[in-house]
Design a protein around this ligand. Sequence first.
Ligand SMILES: Cc1cc2nc3c(=O)[nH]c(=O)nc-3n(C[C@H](O)[C@H](O)[C@H](O)COP(=O)(O)OP(=O)(O)OC[C@H]3O[C@@H](n4cnc5c(N)ncnc54)[C@H](O)[C@@H]3O)c2cc1C
Length: 467
Amino acid sequence: MPAVLWFRRDLRLRDNPALVAAANGDGNLVPLFVIDPRLWSTSGHVRREWLRRSLHSLNQQLEGRLWVAAGDPAVVLPEVTRIAGATSVHLSRDFGAYGQTRDTLVTTALRADGVEVINTGSPYAVEPGMVRTGGGTRYRVYTPYYRQWVQYAFVAPAPTASANWIDPPASHRLDAHRELAEQQSDVQLPDVGEEAAWRRWDRFKANALTEYDTARNRPDIDGTSSLSAHLRWGEIHPRSLLADLTAYLNDPATAAGATTFAKEIAWREFYADVWDANPTSTHHSLDPRFDQALALDAGSAADQKFMAWQNGLTGFPFVDAGMRQLRATGWMHNRVRMVTASFLVKGLHLPWQRGAAHFMEWLRDGDAASNQQGWQWVAGCGTDAAPFHRIFNPVKQGLTFDPSGDYVRRWVPELAQIGGGAAHEPWRVRGTLAEPADLTYPEPIIDHAAERQEALRRFAVLPPRNQ
Ligand SMILES: Cc1cc2nc3c(=O)[nH]c(=O)nc-3n(C[C@H](O)[C@H](O)[C@H](O)COP(=O)(O)OP(=O)(O)OC[C@H]3O[C@@H](n4cnc5c(N)ncnc54)[C@H](O)[C@@H]3O)c2cc1C
């Protein structure tokens, strides 16, 4: 009897334990993706476009045999299993709050039809909940979490599975779905899909892994893997990356870069664990004082500043370069994510939730666990967060991590005529002979040093944490 393999955040054929489990029967499989209106309508346009392209890519790998259905999964899955005569549905586990509720409803509906639901694997090398303190609780601090995580994380990838993919009826072919024909966003995306993810990984290993330890902080160079969106959609699994890293960890020339890379993968898994243990942290600060008592700005002046931030028009080149890179490509370098987020929360005194929502709208790797926890880390209200008084100075950060100014000139063309690191401080050339004739770049919208003091003042009057 055929089985359904329900693809969600695992859009790949390699190292896919759910596929291996599904193919274990007679090998006749229905590869299904469900366009869930609830997720489709709330995903940012950039993620929708990535997903659209990824599904086209997967469909190509399956020689046009991907089944696509639109609607509530609790209705769609029973329909598809009936059409295909399937007796089981295979999937890999989703740890999001909505995903878990959805999967419970789908399982109940399928069981009523006598269809078995089998969970195998997850989007993580170490599933949320697996790493625990000696007392059985979840970790709230990264370093002890990492020490445990690293003992479980390096395991062999799943073996290759061969399947007989069943042809979809015309109504369930990918090209029967208008949403997947129409481009959803015009941001510049790189190649999408499983093959593209492996090419990107191979290129990173060949060109950047050795220097990753230091170069990963430099937005002006291609020093990071750019795998985040591929990981977000499961086009490549972190277990595959970690297994591949072993050789680099054992080579003294590459050990530092490889260790740091594994630690970054662990951050992703730590945040998934924290999110799983604290599902309300999607919207609420883990330190409740921040939502209850921290004075924040609102009203039209605050909205104006928020818009300047969104559009990359704050007058701070490093911030504006990041915000424009995000709009142009759906991606922003990690260092610049930290600086732009700090600017919003501690320079403009706006709630981290506003910034996080904007990031989720535009990021191609937008992931509720990493994004919300990343914002809470910067804001100082998350688990293992940066202390509140760590307030990134956008000019110093720019001069340190983009010393030649190449990154800001690339994304802020108004500064193209200001050479070297001076591009980080265009106000210094105003009124001098070095000022370009047509400098249209805005003046800074805030006095950063003064707003830093203001942020510290507002924080100082919060009640102690345990009250
Ligand atoms: C405010 C803020 C919001 C963020 N939002 C997201 C998000 O929505 N989705 C997302 O995937 N990452 C997010 N990050 C983490 C990080 O910025 C990106 O994962 C990274 O920039 C992606 O680029 P890369 O693939 O080249 O990373 P690399 O440096 O090559 O790292 C390899 C992988 O490790 C993981 N990783 C690296 N750094 C982090 C981190 N700090 N937290 C969690 N995982 C990490 C990612 O999966 C990444 O692809 C956010 C960080 C901040 C400060």
